[in-house]
Design a protein around this ligand. Structure first.
Ligand code: CMC
Length: 431
C-alpha cells in the first residue's frame, strides 16, 4: 500500500477536511477518501468510476493519454513481439519473467490440466444447439465449482494455485467445446504435444474424419490475440471478478461472473458487434450513412470497435494487431474480402473525420481482432469467447492479488438516493 506523500483539503460549508494523497509508481496521484464518511458524513459520487481507483495493484499499468500498456512494467508491444501467451501468463501471475526451467514447468502444468472432467460433457449437452457460446461458457465455467471441489477453498494457497492452473488450462477446451456443440461436430480432446494456441485451433477446427495440421502463422496470430487481451487493469469484467470475490465466493463462480460481464457489447462483445456492423454496412458506399448515424446524438448507434474509456490517443494493442491482421490476411489470400475492404475504408474515413478526431475515438483492439478471427474462419459468436480465454489469466492474477491483500474488504459502494422519502403504507382499497 502506498504511503500518503501529499495532502488535499476539501472544504464544505466552511469546514475543511484533510485528505491524504498517495503517489503511485506511475500514473496520476490518488486522493484517499476512505475516512471521508466517518469525518464528514459525505459520500463521493462517481458512477462509471471515471475518477475513482477501486484498489491498488502491481500488475498492469495503462497511460491512456500516451496510449501505453505495460504488464509488470514490460510494454505490450515488446511482449507481443518477443514473448508468447504462456510466458505472459507467468509474468502476470508471479510478477517476473520466468527462467527457462520455470517456464517449462509452468507450460507442462498448464498443458496437463487442459482436459475437463468427462462428466462435464453431459452438462454441455443440456444446452440448445443454437445457444451463444458465451452463454455456454458462463454456465460451464460456473459449474466448474461443482466439479473441482478440491480447489474452491480460497483461504488455502495451494488450492488457489490449482484453481488458477485449471482455469487457464481448461478455458480453451471449454470455449472450443462450446463452438463444436453449436456446429454439431464431435468434441475434440486437447493434445499435450501442442502449444496453447495450436491446441485451441485444433480443438476448434479438427474433425475425426481427417488430420488437422496447424498453420504456424495462424497459431502465432492466435497466440498474439491471446497475449494482447491477457489483462487490462481494472476494466468492467476484472472489476466484476474482484467485486464477486470480495464476498469470499469461489474462483470458478467469480470467473463466470467476469465472463458474463465481458459478454456486453460495450466491453468484450464489441468484437462480435463490430463484425455484425460491418455486415450491416454491407458496401463501402454506405459508410458515410453509418458515420452520420454514429455522429447523430438522437441515434443510439455507435461505431463498434471505436473509442475507449482509458485510451485517448491510440490503443497500443490495436497497433500490434493491425500488423498481425495484414500478415494473416495475406497468408490466407483474403485481402480482397468485401468485409475487410469495408473495415479498411471505415477506419480511413473515421480517422479523418473531425467528430472522431475531437472526441479522440480510435479503432480499439476489438476492431482488428474481429477482422483476424473472421479471416481465420471463426464465426462471430466465437469472438468474445476467445477474448474470455485470453482474459482469464488477467482475472485470475487480479483475483489472487486481491485475496492476498491484507486490506481486502467486501466491495460495497454507496449511492446518491433520489427516491421517495419515508411514507406510510396505504391499504389496497385506499390506493
Ligand atoms: N461511436 C460514436 N461515438 C462515440 C463512440 C463510438 N464508438 N464512442 C464514444 N463516442 C462518443 C460518445 O457519444 C460521447 O459523445 P459526447 O461527449 O458528445 O456525449 C463521447 O464519444 C465519449 O463517449 P463516452 O460514452 O462518454 O465514453 P466512455 O468512456 O463511457 O465509453 C466505450 C467508452 C468503449 C464504451 C465507447 O467508446 C463505446 O461504446 N465504443 C464502442 C464499443 C467498443 O468498441 N467497445 C470496446 C472497448 S475496447 C475492448 C474492451 O476493453 O472491452
Amino acid at each position: 500500500m502506498a504511503e500518503a506523500t501529499k495532502h488535499a483539503t476539501l472544504t464544505v460549508n466552511g469546514t475543511s477536511y484533510d485528505l491524504p494523497v498517495m503517489s503511485p509508481s506511475a500514473g496520476p496521484d490518488v486522493i484517499d477518501i476512505r475516512k471521508l464518511y466517518a469525518q464528514a458524513q459525505m459520500f463521493t459520487y462517481d458512477p462509471g468510476f471515471t475518477s475513482t481507483a477501486s484498489c491498488d495493484s502491481h500488475i498492469t499499468f495503462i497511460d491512456g493519454d500516451k496510449g501505453e500498456l505495460q504488464h509488470r512494467g514490460y510494454p505490450i508491444d515488446q511482449l507481443a513481439g518477443k514473448s508468447h501467451f504462456l510466458e505472459v501468463c507467468y509474468l502476470l501471475l508471479y510478477g517476473e519473467l520466468p527462467g527457462a526451467t520455470a517456464l517449462e514447468e509452468f507450460e507442462t502444468i498448464v498443458t496437463r490440466h487442459t482436459m475437463i472432467h468427462e462428466q462435464m460433457m453431459y452438462f454441455f449437452r443440456g444446452f440448445r444447439r443454437d445457444a451463444h457460446p458465451m452463454a455456454v461458457m458462463t454456465g460451464v465455467v460456473g459449474a466448474m465449482s461443482a466439479f473441482y471441489h478440491d480447489s474452491t477453498d480460497i483461504t488455502d494457497e495451494h488450492q488457489r494455485e490449482v484453481a488458477s492452473f485449471r482455469l487457464i488450462a481448461k478455458m480453451p477446451t471449454i470455449a472450443a467445446m462450446a463452438y463444436k456443440f453449436t456446429v454439431g461436430q464431435p468434441f475434440v480432446y486437447p493434445r499435450n504435444d501442442l502449444d496453447y494456441a495450436s491446441n485451441f485451433l485444433r480443438m476448434c477446427f479438427a474433425v475425426p474424419a481427417e488430420d488437422y495440421v496447424v498453420n504456424p502463422i495462424l497459431s502465432r496470430a492466435m497466440d498474439r490475440i491471446f497475449t494482447l487481451h491477457a489483462d487490462h487493469e481494472q476494466n468492467a469484467s476484472t472489476s466484476t471478478v474482484r467485486l464477486a470475490s470480495s464476498s469470499g465466493a469461489n474462483p470458478f463462480a467469480c470467473i463466470a461472473a467476469g465472463i458474463a460481464c465481458l459478454w456486453g457489447p460495450a466491453h468484450g462483445g464489441a468484437n462480435q458487434a463490430c463484425l455484425e456492423m460491418l455486415r450491416e454496412i454491407g458496401s463501402v458506399d454506405r459508410i458515410p450513412e453509418f458515420i452520420a448515424r454514429a455522429k447523430d446524438k438522437n441515434d443510439p448507434f455507435r461505431l463498434m470497435g471505436f473509442g475507449h474509456r482509458v485510451y485517448k490517443n491510440t490503443d497500443p494493442r490495436a497497433t500490434v494487431l493491425k500488423q498481425s491482421a495484414d500478415e494473416v490476411l495475406e497468408l490466407l489470400g483474403v485481402e480482397d474480402n468485401p468485409l475487410l475492404q469495408i473495415a479498411k475504408e471505415l477506419e480511413r474515413v473515421a480517422l479523418s473525420d473531425p467528430y472522431f478526431i475531437e472526441k479522440k475515438l480510435f479503432p480499439n483492439v476489438d476492431f482488428y481482432s474481429g477482422i483476424i478471427l473472421e479471416a481465420m474462419g471463426f464465426p462471430t459468436s466465437m469472438f468474445t469467447p476467445i477474448f474470455a480465454v485470453s482474459r482469464t489469466v488477467g482475472w485470475i492474477s487480479q483475483w489472487k492479488e486481491m485475496i492476498t491483500d491484507p486490506q481486502m474488504k467486501i466491495g460495497r459502494p454507496r449511492q446518491l438516493y433520489l427516491g421517495e422519502t419515508a411514507r406510510d403504507y396505504v391499504d389496497i382499497e385506499n390506493r
